[in-house]
Ligand binder design. Structure first.
Ligand code: PBG
Length: 328
């Protein structure tokens, strides 16, 4: 490389056309997965206070959202349920109701927009009275007992037409167990997106309000979600989930963990998704609402940052807004 003045880095930056010509990464609508909150009581929508601009959607509003996603070219939607608290119990049995909110939401999206991919969380927290992702006994989350239940939950989702099963619970061995159950039951084409590197994070706060598990959560999730201080452990988690049959992996939260997105995508060369979680959304929206940052600009910059770090796609509550900006 030659030195200044033969090299002037600013030459290539001088015009919009030359900046576009040498741009290294692109963000397109194809990179976006719309994270949506569905509710069995919203009619048609209920705002989520901690996430301005995000509503819990009733099924009619969800059908409209699916048609909107299709029109915008968004490839897939990830659904997160808020259920009537009266339907919650210690074990989260509502997760196994084939006529429950999640199976209905899957069918609603498929009817409204058959070409949209549907992604469902596998974890018990929206359904348990204690707000944990698994079976709680004497203050301990039981691993193997939880996995047995996650298999049932995943099969009910696959049966209802879910395309991508996304276990977000962080139990050990659940990817292999779910993959075997899918194969044994004829769901050989159902994909698994493992929340492989999921950290015990404060950035999930607004989500817990959105699905109504925050007020009830007892303790924290540090015995199953990862320590924010660790990197090597994330690589082990991803390696195990791929060996067990995951088709894609996810890193979560997103922006504070871009180093993990980079390491995972480079080390394994598999589709690596990132989740721009509720707290990241809330931070951008809160600052924008105060006029402290330009919300749309920071939204687009943050999404591009995921691409630069090596993400194949991004789960985000911003998906329709970002798609509108991208579609001009
Ligand atoms: C639960 C789950 C969480 C999120 C997705 N699935 C929260 C948690 O683990 O407590 C977070 C999503 C977000 O914050 O946007 N299994």
């Amino acid at each position: 490389m030659s030195a200044f003045p033969a090299t002037r880095m600013r030459r290539l930056r001088q015009a919009d056309w030359s900046r576009r010509l040498v741009r290294e990464n692109t963000l397109t609508v194809d990179d976006l997965v719309w994270a949506v909150v569905v509710s069995d009581s919203a009619d048609p929508v209920e705002p989520v206070a901690a996430m301005p601009g995000v509503d819990r959607l009733g099924l009619t509003a969800l059908a409209d959202a699916a048609r909107r996603a299709e029109a915008l070219g968004i490839p897939a939607m990830a659904i997160f349920p808020h259920i009537d608290p009266a339907k919650k119990d210690e074990e989260g049995k509502e997760a196994f109701n084939a006529g429950g909110l999640v199976p209905s939401a899957i069918k609603t999206i498929k009817d409204a927009a058959p070409n949209i991919g549907v992604i469902c969380d596998v974890a018990l927290d929206p359904f348990t009275t204690h707000g944990h992702d698994g079976v709680l006994k004497d203050g301990v989350i039981l691993n193997d007992e939880t996995v047995t239940r996650l298999i049932r939950q995943a099969l009910i989702q696959a049966e209802a037409g879910c395309d991508i099963i996304a276990p977000s619970d962080m139990m050990d061995g659940r990817i292999g167990a779910i993959r075997d159950a899918l194969e044994d039951n004829g769901f050989t084409n159902t994909m698994i997106l493992s929340y492989a590197a999921k950290y015990a994070s404060g950035f999930y706060g607004p989500y817990r309000e959105a699905i109504g598990s925050g007020a009830v959560l007892q303790g924290d999730k540090k015995t199953y979600q990862m320590d924010p201080a660790n990197t090597e452990e994330a690589l082990r988690e991803v390696g195990l989930d791929l060996d067990e049959g995951a088709d894609m992996v996810m890193v979560k939260p997103g922006l504070p963990y871009l180093d993990i997105v980079r390491r995972v995508s480079e080390t394994f060369g598999v589709p690596t998704l990132a989740f721009q979680v509720s707290g990241e959304y809330a931070m951008i929206e809160a600052a924008a609402a105060n006029g402290w940052i330009d919300g749309d600009r920071v939204m687009m910059e943050s999404l591009m940052a995921f691409k630069r770090a090596g993400a194949a796609g991004i789960l985000t509550y911003f998906a329709p807004r970002a798609a509108e900006v991208l579609n001009g």
